[in-house]
Design a protein around this ligand. Structure first.
Ligand SMILES: Nc1nc2c(c(=O)[nH]1)N[C@H]1C(S)=C(S)[C@@H](COP(=O)(O)O)O[C@H]1N2
Ligand SMILES: [Mo]
Length: 253
């Protein structure tokens, strides 16, 4: 598609959005589509608008049989306590080392922002909540993919527990390494978006994000943040890293 084609398509798409997407894309200033106004980032707007227009908001990705599980490498940060790699947040790495030593008994997931009942949940708290197990394919931007089984609590359940307000538009995730990211409410409420504490029938291994990682199945691998420690519900779009570092904010698969 030529650059010109992109402009026209984008206008056409945004002009023609249905009610759900229109809700997401209306507003002003930073509430515009995430990369509004930056022609170099038009791919984000296109995939976002396309997927939000063409796919049912709650369409499920394919789930596999347990027999189809493959091996999966631990990539990116595979141990937040190993600060020498330079990828890490030194303070987060130290905090992580202490919590890991205690078997994550003192780990808490803080959930705050536009919620009626800010809370912090222990691993046991999350494990007592509604549970979902899904065997899905993880696709990394580097070209590999792997199938694994994930068990966790739907993010939606957590958001309902804390009373996310109707004005909420994005959910932000902060981790023990330097990674942070945000997703919109459609992905946040999607049935396959879970906070996973189990993998292939066992506790989530350190390398794969213990004690809790996000699984967001309708987007590329880097959106599924590992080592989650804090969740913030917000009505603002903040660039928490992907856009400034050149990655697509929305990368649907
Ligand atoms: N906190 C954190 N989350 C992360 C990463 C990371 O480095 N740190 N890497 C991302 C990328 S690029 C991929 S492909 C997957 C890898 O998950 P895995 O290590 O379980 O294979 O985690 C994603 N989530
Ligand atoms: Mo990745």
């Amino acid at each position: 598609m030529s650059g010109k084609g992109l402009v026209i398509s984008r206008r056409g798409l945004i002009g023609g959005l249905g009610s759900t997407s229109a809700l997401l894309l209306t507003g002003c200033g930073e509430s515009q589509p995430p990369t509004y106004g930056n022609i170099l980032r038009m791919g984000d707007n296109l995939t976002y608008a396309m997927q939000r227009t063409l796919l049912s908001p709650m369409a499920l990705v394919r789930e596999y049989d347990r027999s189809e599980i493959t091996s999966m490498p631990a990539t990116g940060t595979y141990d937040p306590a190993r600060t020498e790699l330079g990828l890490h947040d030194p303070q987060g790495g130290q905090d992580y080392a202490v919590l890991r030593k205690g078997g994550f008994a003192d780990w808490r997931l803080v959930v705050e922002g536009l919620v009626d009942r800010p809370a912090s949940f222990s691993l046991a708290d999350l494990q007592r909540m509604q549970r979902r197990t899904q065997v899905t394919r993880h696709s990394c931007e580097e070209g590999w993919s792997a199938i694994a089984e994930w068990t966790g609590v739907p993010l939606r359940t957590v958001l309902e527990t804390v009373g996310a307000r109707p004005s909420a538009r994005y959910v932000e995730f902060y981790t023990f390494d330097k990674m942070a990211d945000n997703i919109d409410m459609i992905d946040a409420m999607h049935p396959q978006t879970i906070l996973a504490y189990g993998m292939n029938g066992r506790d989530l291994p350190i390398g794969h994000g213990a004690p809790v990682r996000l699984r967001i199945e309708r987007q590329i691998g880097y959106k599924s943040l590992k080592y989650v420690r804090r969740i913030v519900v917000t009505d603002r779009f903040n660039d928490l890293g992907n856009i400034k570092s050149g990655w697509a904010w929305y990368n649907g698969i």
